[in-house]
Design a protein around this ligand. Structure first.
Ligand code: TIU
Length: 226
């Protein structure tokens, strides 16, 4: 049994206490499909360059978490090649000319597991021992084995970063909150295609005394992990 370590991060709405031995870093959907031209995010009409500011803070937190042997979990949104796990509603949403399962400008099928566009960007590529959660939905708990992995690793607190803030990060943090986890969202290591949603999504998490969790910047998290 590890000795308890008590660390505190200067976060909003109030200081966030955690033990690295019972904490995990979850990096949400830092995939080419969301961050590069020709992927799913671009197909939806978004300016994907707006997400790229999250890469360097994610990388810095990833390095710090690796250095202190914290559990690191990567997620990817996507579907089976036969789309049997993709709801019809998701396939039809947006009435796109090129949609989920079609070959996009990156030369690979949009949001399909095993395709190049579905994979994690090279800057943040997982290393051996870091679980990858392939999820069919926006939330990382929905129809995945994330809960089991967290439970088996005795995890109580989560550091969450990735994209997009108001969609997959928010959904995952809400799911985590309802399951009793304390979650801190690393503000500058998240990104949205909509600057106003980025601000409001972070405000929503920390409002009402931390209704879903805490918010802090990567430098505060890295300082606490050092
Ligand atoms: N469209 C959008 O903002 N996000 C997603 O579809 N998925 C994730 O957030 N990963």
């Amino acid at each position: 049994m590890n000795n308890l370590i008590h660390k505190v991060i200067n976060a909003e709405p109030y200081p966030f206490a955690f033990d690295p031995n019972t904490s995990a870093l979850i990096i949400i959907d830092m995939q080419r499909d969301f961050l590069e031209e020709g992927g799913f995010g671009a197909m939806l009409g978004n300016d994907v360059s707006l997400l790229r500011s999250a890469i360097e803070p994610c990388r810095a937190v990833l390095d710090a978490a690796r250095a202190c042997n914290m559990l690191i979990i990567h997620t990817r949104e996507g579907h089976r090649p036969d789309l049997s796990d993709c709801p019809q509603s998701k396939k039809e949403r947006g009435n796109l000319s090129v949609g989920i399962g079609d070959v996009g400008p990156l030369g690979s099928r949009i949001l399909i597991r095993g395709e190049a566009a579905h994979d994690i960007i090279p800057e943040l590529y997982p290393i051996d021992g870091e679980p990858i959660i392939d999820k069919p939905g926006k939330g990382a708990f929905y129809q995945t084995d994330l809960a089991l992995i967290l439970q088996n690793n005795h995890i109580k607190t989560l550091f969450v970063c990735g994209v997009t803030t108001e969609v997959c990060v928010h959904t995952t943090v809400r799911e985590a909150n309802d399951r009793g986890y304390e979650a801190l969202v690393i503000a500058d290591a998240t990104g949205s295609y909509f600057p106003e949603f980025q601000r409001v999504a972070l405000d929503m998490i920390k409002a009402q005394g931390g209704i879903f969790g805490w918010v802090a910047n990567s430098d505060a998290v890295i300082k606490a992990l050092a």
